[in-house]
Design a protein around this ligand. Sequence first.
Ligand code: C2O
Ligand code: CU
Ligand code: CU
Length: 523
Amino acid sequence: MNRRRFLGLGASVLGAGALAAVTVPAAARLLAEGRPGRLLSSDLALPEPFQVPLPVPAVLQPVRTDGTTDYYEITQQVAKLEILPGVRTEAWTYGGTFPGPTVVTRSGRAAVVKHRNELPVATVVHLHGGHTPADSDGYPIDLLLPVGSSGAGADQGMSGMPGMQHATGNTVTGERTHTYPGNQRAATLWYHDHRMGFTGPAIWRGLAGFHLVHDDEENALPLPKGERDLPLMLADRAFAADGSFHYPATDAALAVPGVTDDYMNGVLGDVILVNGAPWPRLDVDRARYRLRVLNASNARLYRLELDPQPSGGDALVQIGSDGGLLAAPVTHDALEIAPAERFDLVVDFSRYAPGTSVRLVNRFGSGRTAEVMRFDVSSRQVSDDSTVPDKLSAVEALDASAAVATRHFRFRRSRDDGWTINDDPYQPGRDLARPALGSIERWRFSTDLHHPVHVHLNPFQVLTRNGRDPGPYDAGWKDTVDLWPAEVAEVLVRFTDYRGTYLLHCHNLEHEDMAMMADFTVQ
Ligand code: C2O
Ligand code: CU
Ligand code: CU
């Protein structure tokens, strides 16, 4: 079986030119790498770090609101952005910016988001971490075709692919409305593109934004708020000489999924962006800040530290995880964050002397990718009445003995040059599990190489890692758990509220696009 068969692409839908021989990279080379991915270097001079101010994405205002629901509209459009100073980069954006606008919603209120596609490609919107009915979740073949496109060709040739019977089932043209009922606790979510086979290049070109859910429990806590509550989207990118995003797609026209062989294990860029700006800086008060850190990188793993560390250490006080507040804060000197994970942190800059420059560094990077951003601690006197309470939230611990099924999902590279779960490449419509609505299940994930595993619909709790207690970054409600090579983690998931077909996949986007994904159906 060759890679194209593996990706489910029949020869009939591809031109002869697309059938060039694909060689299998040496598995040994990949196995030697503990961390995934290969560096793609930019073809232009990179700016000095810490020159540009940290941007904060604008909050999206509803177009209307009623007693139960807030209504939003987002236009997906091409925009020319100045990401590197003095360089124009054509991006695919939500609403003309990268990151897209931040959607801020209230738990208990529905948010209805209408997306209009003015891009040159089909898209799919997923709210990552959303507790969402299946028809609004962004199933990867529920395409939103560009405004004005019609019939064959507009769907990127996907309707002719084997196993793509659904490809025209829930495909719409121009606009699609997603309903998010808001039946979930406060948490830092994000929305991003999820089209089958093309999520990597689409997010790389800019299709990602924050979606924050607030609730009364969290609002009542004396945590830092307002200007001192900052979302930080980390994303690495590479740029071509003409300023465009550089990405090693197999097919520049993005009609055929996948990346060139050297990048099968993930694409790493040499520019670190925070909220879309390269190595930005921020003036901070000597006060506590809440930093909602999201790793929106395709494949890059970060080990974040403040440099210098404040005396006494424990600089990073974790108050929340993917699924919202922890029961109690957990302190870290360093934080490892894999693609799609969120860590909600409080940093107290009053622990630093006035005028200190504090770098956020990435100990897994080298050279320029070891730098992330810089905080410049001001010397002016400010008041800060925020604190981090010892008890943050009542977090119910799921009961392992209540699990009605145990399922094993093996995340592996196949001998045939692709990425699989339980030896199968993704095929829409083929369920790997059919949990019953309302039940708790124990899901066991195991790996060959490094894979951050994500489950849609419901968050989970990590029960064990390699047969022992969960790791330092596994606390609380998670929707993505990072597994290193040859690890096994067991998680407990409770399937609530919505029946239907959802996804489970690796969130290394090159792995995901090259078929490391599966359906499960809640029934
Ligand atoms: Cu953030 Cu299915 O993805
Ligand atoms: Cu998701
Ligand atoms: Cu993976």
